[in-house]
Design a protein around this ligand. Sequence first.
Ligand code: PMV
Length: 327
Amino acid sequence: MIVEASAPGKVILFGEHSVVYKGSAIVLAINKRARVFAEKRNDDRIFMDSEDLGYSGFFIGDEYHPVKGAPWRGRSLTAVNLVSRKTMEKLGVQSGLNLKLRSEIPSAVGLGSSAAICVATAAAIDGLFEGKLSREEICALAYEGEKVIHGRPSGVDNNVSTFGGVLKYEGGVGFEKIILDESPCFVIGNTKQKRSTGRMVQIVSELRQRNQSIVDEIIETLGSISETGLSYLLKHDYKHLGELMDICHGLLTSLGVSTPMLDKLVHASRESGAMGAKLTGAGGGGCMIALVDEERMAAVEEAIRIAGGSPMRVDVSYEGVKTRRVD
Ligand code: PMV
C-alpha cells in the first residue's frame, strides 16, 4: 500500500520580523503543495527519495547513508527522519519506510516548503498505519521537524500548512483562523537567492541592540499595519491593502532585510501595475509578493521575469493537509 499526503506552502502578507517581538502576522496558505508518498519496508531503514532536489539516501536510526548526492545533504533530510520516527512512536508502530518527497514549493526562499514536507510526512505515515491522528497532532509532529531546521521557529509555517487558509498569528497568544469571502490575486517573485531565516532575525536583533527605541517604533508600526491590513483584506479594499504593502516594504527595508534584487522586483511589479508589493518572509533574498488585478497579472509576471526574478501566480488555498491511498 502507498499513501500520499500533501500540504500547502505559505506566504506572509504582513508581520514578518515584527511578530518575533510583538504584534501579529497575517499568513496565507498558497496553492503550491509538497507531497510525500509513504510505503512500508520489511527492514528498519527509512529511505528518502528527493530526486527533485538531486539527492536521496536512507537513515538507519539517526545515521544518514547517501545513495545519490553528497553525504552532507542528509542534514536537510534529518528533519523528515525525525518526524517519521516520532510519528511512528506516537502511533505505537515500528517499521522501515520508503518516502518519496516531491514539492512544487521552491525551497529556502520563505515559502514554507520544509514545513509542508514535515506536515505531509506525518500525515502520510499516519495514513499508512491507518492511524487517527488529529490535525493538531500532525501539526505538532511537523513542528518537531521545523525545530531541527530553524532552531526556534514561531510555528506559523506548520500551522498554516496543516490547516490551510488564512491565519492571524500572535506571538504568545496563538492562531486565529480568518475566513475570507473573496481572495485577491497575488504574484510571488522569487529572487532565487537562498537565505537563512535565523540569520535575518539576528540582523534585526543586532540593529535593535544599537538603536532600540527607533527599531521598537518601526516594529510597533509593522504590527499595526498587520491589524489594519487585515481589516482591508476582509473589506476587499485592495487599493488601501496595496498601499500598506508598499509602506511595509519600506519599513522592512529600513530594518536591513531587503536586498537590491528584492527592491528591483518590488519596483518592477509596482511599475507594471501591481496595487502594492513587498518582500515576504525573512528577506535577505527569497521572495516578494505583489497584489495584482486579474487584468495586470500577465504584465506583472513579465516585469518580474525581465527584472531577473521567477514569477509565480498564487491563490489562497483553503485546503490544508490531505491524505489519500494511492493503490
Ligand atoms: O522563514 P520565513 O522567510 O517565512 O520568515 C519567517 C518570518 C520571521 O518573522 C522573520 C521569523 C519568524 O519566526 O516569525
